[in-house]
Design a protein around this ligand. Structure first.
Ligand code: HEM
Length: 212
């Protein structure tokens, strides 16, 4: 009896969440995902970014980018499992992650390297973590460029194939994070494990949980 009531309550809670998610619009997602940038701007303006603000900005943008990319990968398994349909927001998450990667890359190019081209070429050819980051970034460019209805229509059955590149891009981003320091950092290891688990989920047939 108690179990039955509990199940009904959880189900009605999920119904409520599903109804709220149905009311969400893409622009709500775009605006919400700008919040980390607002926090970063606030920290910068209030002098809370420590002794090397440029480095803090670079790091913060990189971490935000990789976590939004991870959220993008979570959307399909989460929606299938819970019936809370976030799939129509995948584009917003993917594009916002790309937006943060562009800002991360621009910070490196303009503030860190200050457009010193010899040093830039040297980093791009000699520093393995930069090479991996750059490869991840390059793979994401065609995905961002084709994340629109027109390209979906034009590419037809090739569109989903092309967008599988997201898995390679996020693995490269994860390796880039792992290789950042001379010794492996816990947060980079945890991030990489999350990425591998999410990619492995693709090989399982996920079904909605009965009582949801
Ligand atoms: C898929 C693309 C990328 C992702 C997901 C990504 C993500 C990250 C993450 C998570 C960090 C670690 C921040 C920390 O230490 O806490 C980072 C750091 C860094 N990234 Fe990227 N990144 C990408 C592409 C790039 C590219 C293209 C460049 C430049 C060519 C770049 C340059 C850097 C630099 C220089 C740092 C080190 C900051 C520092 O600790 O001094 N990244 N990135």
């Amino acid at each position: 009896m108690y179990k039955a009531t509990k199940t009904v309550n959880i189900r009605s809670l999920f119904d409520l969440v599903r109804a709220s998610v149905r009311r969400l619009r893409s622009w709500h997602i775009y605006v919400s995902l700008l919040v980390p940038l607002l926090f970063l701007a606030y920290d910068l303006l209030s002098g809370q970014l420590g002794v090397d603000p440029m480095r803090s900005i670079e790091k913060s943008l990189g971490v935000t980018a990789i976590y939004i990319l991870i959220l993008t990968l979570c959307i399909t398994p989460f929606s299938l499992l819970t019936g809370i349909n976030f799939i129509r927001f995948r584009r917003a998450f993917g594009l916002m992650s790309f937006f943060y990667i562009v800002l991360h890359f621009s910070t490196w190019l303009l503030l860190d390297m200050q457009l010193r081209w010899v040093e830039i070429v040297e980093s791009l050819t000699r520093k393995p973590f930069i090479v991996f980051g750059m490869m991840g970034f390059l793979l994401l460019i065609p995905l961002a460029a084709t994340s629109n209805n027109y390209s979906m229509k034009r590419l037809g059955k090739y569109w989903p194939k092309l967008h599988k590149l997201i898995y390679a891009a996020i693995i490269l981003g994860g390796i880039h994070y792992l290789m950042m320091e001379k010794t492996l950092q816990n947060d980079a290891i945890i991030t990489f494990i999350i990425i591998i688990v999410l990619i492995s989920l693709r090989f399982f047939k996920i079904r909605k949980i009965n009582w949801l």
